[in-house]
Design a protein around this ligand. Structure first.
Ligand code: DAT
Ligand code: MG
Length: 149
């Protein structure tokens, strides 16, 4: 069972796309276990993006994710990481396939609308820095057997 952290970034919230983004993961069959509307602090942004520290785009990335409120979601499921990444699309929205979130709504790498964890380890790490365990709901979906064989 994998966990992935999804963030509808400030541009997605400003453009009224946070519901559309939630809908796509929900419809895909990922199971929501936590969600919150929040403003990311600089400290939290720096911990979340620690692996990018020192890269030329790092400061801009931290500015962007802290520039307005975001909707943060945690999902759980078999193969959740890869499933979410394929729903999100390529990092550069102008190259992202049509049908993906970035490919349908984005143009610029600095406004790519959504974050998704890139590995099971990062999924666990990122979910745990954005959510306390008591903010995550363990629940069974009645449709489970129609989504997974
Ligand atoms: P992703 O968000 O697809 O996982 P990433 O983890 O490599 O991509 O990078 C995190 C974010 O940093 C990405 O969503 C946009 C920004 N970014 C990455 N590479 C960049 C670059 N070469 N120039 C500008 N921004 C970049
Ligand atoms: Mg990444």
């Amino acid at each position: 069972m994998e966990r992935t952290l999804i963030i509808a970034k400030p541009d997605a919230v400003q453009r009224g796309l946070s519901g559309e983004i939630l809908r796509r993961f929900e419809q895909r069959g990922l199971r929501l276990i936590g969600m919150k509307f929040m403003q990311v602090s600089r400290d939290l942004a720096e911990r979340h993006y620690a692996e990018h520290e020192g890269k030329p785009f790092y400061n801009g990335l931290v500015d962007y994710i802290t520039s307005g409120p975001v909707v943060v979601m945690a999902f759980e499921g078999r193969n959740a990481i890869v499933a979410a990444r394929t729903t999100i699309g390529a990092t550069k929205p102008h190259e992202a396939a049509a049908g993906t979130i970035r490919g349908d709504f984005g143009m610029d790498i600095g406004r790519n609308l959504v974050h998704g964890s890139d590995s099971p380890g990062n999924g666990e790490r990122e979910v745990s820095i954005f959510f306390n365990e008591d903010e995550l709901i363990s629940w069974g979906r009645d449709t489970e057997k129609w989504i997974f064989e």
